[in-house]
Design a protein around this ligand. Structure first.
Ligand code: C2E
Ligand code: MG
Ligand code: MG
Ligand code: MG
Length: 279
């Protein structure tokens, strides 16, 4: 709140800390009930081929509508879910819901594209994670190639050669695809690109924001595209908002794009007409 005359900075600091701790506790307590109380949904954001505009995939993004708290952003509740051990339940709900959606799109005659789901680093540490994913997707009668699993770099750096690497190898052998999310913002160690069978690097929005404006952003994006090309890995630019960024990315050789320019995350019904057009 506003600083009031006579109130010490310490008191203000304490009350701010107390308010934040209270909010966190409330969010954590309420997170336990999201699934049972049916407060979750998935929004889907288009991924397109920058040249043809053709839909190449959609990313599933988790939404939590709470009756009092309103729409709580994933940037707030995912870290809390990770810290409190709730994230694997959420992840399982996301995977099942995405699979059910793909089956529905197929049932109504849509051409379906791969659906990308975000995987928490915590999930990869669970030893039967790979088996769970494979069993869930098979349970819906779906091909593993209909799901793309998104991981962030930090997960890979801390885990090379260990449980996470083995989980990825097993899932790729089973036909699943992996994309690295927010690429370029983790550690600058790219060693894992040599070892892991990745399909796509998603170049972080922070670079895309500066594309065509700041020389260094162009240089780094261009270098990422060339490394990926040499390794037969696709690149996708995250957070493309303007025609200028689109144009600059095309000239840098980045083929796939995702961002408000091509569509915001939206309810599944709004994606159906784009799937129909992609058929
Ligand atoms: P992310 O996976 O990098 O997802 C992209 C985020 O960028 C989404 O935010 C999306 O709405 C936003 N975005 C897309 N295009 C644009 C654009 O043109 N401009 C701007 N300003 N933003 C854009 P969202 O949905 O709030 O999700 C934030 C993060 O929360 C995600 O980042 C992901 O790390 C995490 N998250 C979301 N859903 C899940 C989930 O089901 N499981 C896990 N583990 N994490 C999730
Ligand atoms: Mg993502
Ligand atoms: Mg991302
Ligand atoms: Mg991002």
């Amino acid at each position: 709140g506003e600083a009031r005359v006579g109130q010490s900075p310490i008191a203000l600091y304490d009350s701010d800390m107390a308010r934040r701790a209270q909010r966190r506790n409330k969010v954590e307590a309420e997170l336990h009930h999201t699934i049972a109380r049916k407060q979750l949904s998935l929004a889907y954001q288009p991924q397109v081929d920058g040249k043809s505009g053709r839909l190449t995939g959609v990313e599933a993004l988790l939404r939590w509508h709470h009756p009092e708290l309103g729409l709580v952003p994933p940037s707030e509740f995912i870290p809390i879910a990770e810290a409190s051990g709730l994230v694997s339940d959420l992840g399982q709900w996301v995977l099942e819901t995405a699979c059910r959606q793909i089956v529905h799109w197929q049932d109504i005659g849509m051409k379906t594209v791969p659906v990308a789901v975000n995987i928490s680093g915590c999930d990869l540490h669970v030893s039967d994670f790979g088996a769970n994913v494979a069993r869930t997707v098979a349970g819906f009668g779906l091909n593993p190639a209909s799901i793309e699993l998104e991981l962030t770099e930090s997960v890979l750096i801390s885990d090379i050669g260990s449980e996470a690497g083995r989980s990825i190898d097993r899932l790729v052998a089973a036909g699943f695809r992996f994309a690295i999310d927010d690429f370029g913002t983790g550690y600058s160690n790219m060693a894992y690109l040599r070892y892991l069978p990745l399909r796509k690097l998603k170049i972080d929005r922070s670079f895309i924001q500066d594309i065509g404006v700041v020389h260094e952003a162009d240089a780094i994006t261009s270098a990422i595209v060339r490394v990926a090309e040499a390794l037969s890995i696709k690149t996708l630019a995250e957070g493309v908002e303007s025609m200028e960024q689109h144009r600059a990315l095309m000239s840098l050789g980045c083929r796939e794009m995702q961002g408000f320019l091509f569509g915001k995350p939206c309810p599944p019904g709004s994606i159906a007409h784009r799937l129909a057009a992609a058929a």
